[in-house]
Design a protein around this ligand. Structure first.
Ligand code: ADP
Ligand code: ADP
Length: 217
């Protein structure tokens, strides 16, 4: 069973067709990026995969389970903004929703995103890149079947962005999660992923899947 299987996915908001005829299969441990212009349905796709979007046509399964029936810990999510609790520490932010998590496990996650020594810091004391790594640790906390990232680097300055992209590749090498990352940045998409999926803006058109040969640093 693949980590993610989408077939014939169609989602409309009234007259507005956000997604149509989307087919996509992602294997365990694969890193896929989804690119496309603004309004092509990237955010809608991620909302469907998180199970937040209950009404759609077609099929979307995470490890064989319909996204509408899966538990919330099947999918981890990282947003464009880190969305951290400002009054909570790094450790507390990572542990949000992790019921009964022991400190050792949380500290391990903090360490995995390179924030040793910052366990008790608050978001206001962190740089943008560090805050986004806290969000990454939180997204990985449940050991989700699928990690979704929605434009995770778009709000960062260029240098920090490159740093964080390489950091994500390191984390990926170590933990081998299955990743679907959505971005409007074609270069970023090609740099990060094993496979780039282009979502067309025109309703009714079929998505094109292109394979890219990615040079590694
Ligand atoms: P992207 O993330 O690629 O910019 P979106 O998934 O946000 O695209 O939007 C896809 C299309 O669906 C757009 O035409 C958008 O206006 C429309 N859309 C998205 N969410 C809603 C909603 N909640 N209600 C109505 N239309 C929506
Ligand atoms: P992004 O480009 O980052 O996907 P959007 O501005 O498209 O962000 O969407 C932000 C929010 O507004 C989303 O929750 C989306 O569902 C909602 N939205 C987008 N387009 C519409 C629309 N035409 N009508 C109602 N809600 C919309």
């Amino acid at each position: 069973v693949p980590a993610l299987e989408i077939s014939g996915l169609r989602k409309a908001y009234g007259e507005t067709v956000a997604l149509t005829d989307v087919d996509l299969t992602v294997d365990h441990g694969e890193f896929v990026t989804v690119v496309g212009p603004s309004g092509c349905g990237k955010s809608t796709l991620l909302r469907v995969l998180t199970g937040l979007e209950e009404s759609f046509e077609g099929c979307a399964e995470v490890s064989g389970t319909d996204v509408r029936e899966g538990g919330s810990d099947d999918v981890g999510m990282v947003f464009q903004e880190p969305r951290l609790l400002p009054w909570a520490t790094v450790r507390e932010n990572v542990a949000v929703g992790l019921e009964g998590a022991d400190d050792r496990r949380v500290d391990e996650l903090v360490s995995q995103v390179g924030l040793d020594g910052f366990e008790d810091a608050r978001p206001g004391e962190l740089s943008g890149g560090m805050a986004q790594r806290v969000a990454l640790a939180r997204g990985l906390a449940y050991e989700p079947e699928l990690l979704l990232l929605d434009e995770p680097f778009s709000a960062l300055d260029a240098l920090t962005k490159y740093e964080q992209q390489d950091f994500l590749l390191e984390v990926r090498k170590r933990l081998e999660p299955t990743i679907v990352l959505v971005t409007h940045d074609v270069e970023e998409a090609a740099y990060l992923a094993d496979r780039v999926v282009v979502l067309d803006a025109q309703p009714g058109s079929v998505e094109r899947v292109i394979d890219v040969d990615v040079p590694r640093p």
